[in-house]
Design a protein around this ligand. Structure first.
Ligand SMILES: [Zn+2]
Length: 58
């Protein structure tokens, strides 16, 4: 069981994907990517909810 995310669900056209064993780890990966690539400086509760909504389990 792993957690996966496609950044495309949040930022259309972005090919970044990530996977991790825990939701927390995946959130950290996604946050690092959003900061570096999309210039997201503040992880608002709204953004975190969006990210959580885009997480898929496989
Ligand atoms: Zn992205």
């Amino acid at each position: 069981m792993a957690y996966n995310i496609s950044c495309n669900a949040l930022f259309e056209g972005c090919a970044f994907t990530a996977s991790a064993d825990t939701q927390e780890e995946l959130l950290q990966l996604a946050a690092a990517h959003a900061t570096e690539v999309h210039g997201v400086t503040e992880l608002t509760p709204e953004i975190v909810e969006k990210v959580k909504g885009a997480i898929e389990q496989s």
